[in-house]
Design a protein around this ligand. Structure first.
Ligand code: URA
Length: 222
């Protein structure tokens, strides 16, 4: 078992309340890979991090918004950070932008329940300002850990903040959209953030082009 998987497994055991494990060093047989229940691990980690105080956003947030959806999904969507409705409920993408996101998924025959949705930062930046570099740095380990556990086959980054952060290129959204990318070896699409589409409905036709490509890739996995 690789180091990352072992770490994840030990964390899973600890969070599940198992304090001692016994290893039979006399056995020559290779033990089978342990099964990690992604749903349970994600739910335990959500509880573990709920009172996170790794950055100043902890002082102004109401609820830590870890992520929602299916922890065994093939497709993971990554937005920027919670807004007012998310901060109040602890759930990601439930406000106006979230409702549009639900409709965008529906247009490509997907429901929110069959994908996993999260954000670059898990707590609301005051007045919905962009997250600061130090806030993103403090929060990114949570997202990377989610990706390790969920192991999505496709990523969809919503907006420039998610794209610049994960792809390490400082360019326009238009240019991000022109190709697919790789984040940690996962095929990655970029499209407009639903909040941008609410402000500029004439961009929806471009988002539709992106969504159709994603849809074809997603259903080819099945
Ligand atoms: N915008 C985001 O980027 N994420 C949310 O969860 C809600 C709005």
């Amino acid at each position: 078992m690789d180091h990352n998987k072992l770490k994840q497994y030990l964390e899973y055991l600890e969070l599940s309340g198992i304090q001692d494990i016994f290893v039979d060093r006399t056995s020559k047989e290779k033990s089978p890979e342990p099964e990690i229940d992604a749903k349970k691990l994600i739910s335990l980690l959500n509880q573990k991090y709920a009172n996170c105080d790794k950055c100043p956003l902890a002082e102004t947030r109401n609820k830590f918004c870890y992520g929602n959806g299916d922890p065994q999904a093939d497709l993971m969507l990554i937005g920027e950070g919670p807004g007012a409705d998310e901060d109040r409920t602890g759930k990601v993408f439930v406000g106006r932008a979230g409702q549009l996101l639900t409709r965008m998924l529906k247009a490509i025959n997907l429901s929110r329940e069959e994908v996993y949705i999260s954000n670059i930062v898990k707590c609301r930046p005051p007045q919905n300002r962009n997250p600061k570099k130090e806030e993103i740095e403090a929060c990114l380990p949570y997202l990377n850990e989610q990706i390790d556990i969920i192991q999505p086959k496709l990523l969809l980054l919503l907006g420039r903040v998610a794209a610049v952060t994960l792809l390490n290129i400082d360019t326009t959204l238009k240019s991000f959209r022109q190709q697919t990318h790789r984040y940690r070896d996962i095929k990655t699409y970029v499209t407009y953030h639903p909040s941008a589409l609410l402000r500029n409905p004439n961009w929806k036709k471009f988002a539709w082009v992106d969504l159709k490509k994603l849809r074809d890739d997603y259903f080819a996995l099945k």
